[in-house]
Design a protein. Structure first.
Length: 317
């Protein structure tokens, strides 16, 4: 591995060791526990609705068409139909009303991230807490950007003070805080296109986005092709729009393959080195373990650790 590649790995380890690195987790991590990717989940909604009402229903046919092109307008159709609401809840409960987690969630919790930000509807990080005391601490520092009427007003400074926090950007299907234990509702999560558009224009999200652009971040399990998120960060993160704080922050992304790196939408515009791992032999976990080993400064310091050959670094142009 060349000197430049090792430099990026050590930067991640150094930021973790100093407690200055934040984790942004996407659907790729949830895939490890059997939760489908967004495209497959939309198809499952459409198939379940078709079974419920019959394949000749014009509404079912339109929902199937929208699912193929990943158009969020399908949720508008389903939410305006009683049977559609029942199907949505049934499918969402199938994947999000459980105690699932993967060893990668537990491993990530063991690393000294300053905070964890997730776009996912699941509670995998909460479920992965090794001890009850850890879970209690995490729940006390858990924040939601959605729904607004249930979530606390997010004070970024307060959120970042003290112990590590967990922030659910798009809500959480199973809502179990403030005395509401295990309640799941469609209103707990951002679903429709109208909701996304309104959500990303709110003052709270504007504060969160501006705050994120000034922090050191490792992106895991996310393709970063969410146009709502990208449209929000673009004015702050692209080279021509970087302010002094954003210019000093570093973003890294863990990628599953060379192809994902090549297909990334406008990735060169967001100043983000890429860490690639081999998909075979539990490559995702091995890559995280490699970062963990580099973070262990008690083993002679970051400069003394050899970067494993299985981890490849590519810098975006």
């Amino acid at each position: 591995m060349d000197e430049k590649s090792e430099k990026y790995v050590r930067e991640v380890a150094e930021l973790l060791s100093r407690g200055e690195l934040y984790l942004v987790a996407g659907a790729g991590i949830s895939n490890l526990v059997g939760i489908p990717c967004w495209a497959d989940l939309l198809k499952e909604f459409a198939e379940a609705y078709k079974k419920q009402v019959g394949g000749f229903s014009p509404r079912a046919q339109e929902i199937a068409r929208l699912a193929k092109i990943e158009d969020l307008d399908l949720f508008e159709l389903m939410l305006n139909d009683v049977q559609g609401q029942m199907v949505l809840i049934e499918v969402l409960k199938k994947y999000f009303d459980n105690q699932r987690y993967d060893k990668i969630h537990r491993k990530l919790l063991e690393l000294p991230f300053r905070g964890i930000v997730t776009f996912n509807y699941d509670t995998c990080f909460e479920n992965a807490c090794r001890k009850e005391s850890m879970r209690t601490e995490l729940l006390e520092k858990r924040w939601f950007c959605f729904p607004r009427y249930r979530s606390r007003e997010i004070d970024v400074q307060k959120m970042c003070d003290g112990s590590r926090f967990l922030l659910h950007i798009h809500g959480c299907f199973k809502y179990d805080c403030e005395g509401v234990v295990g309640k799941y509702e469609l209103e707990n999560i951002v679903l429709t296109q109208a909701q996304y558009l309104k959500f990303y224009r709110e003052m709270t999200m504007d504060k969160i986005i501006k705050w994120l652009t000034t922090k050191h971040i490792l992106f895991l399990g996310t393709s970063l092709n969410d146009r709502y998120f990208l449209d929000s960060i673009a004015p702050h993160r692209r080279p021509e729009g970087l302010n002094e704080l954003a210019n000093s922050s570093k973003w890294y992304k863990l990628c599953s393959s060379e192809q994902e790196y090549c297909d990334m939408l406008d990735v060169e515009k967001y100043v983000m080195p890429h860490i690639h791992y081999k998909e075979e032999n539990d490559g995702f976990l091995r890559a995280v373990n490699a970062i963990s080993e580099l973070t262990d400064v008690d083993r002679g310091g970051v400069d003394k650790v050899v970067v494993p050959d299985s981890v490849v670094i590519r810098e975006s142009i």
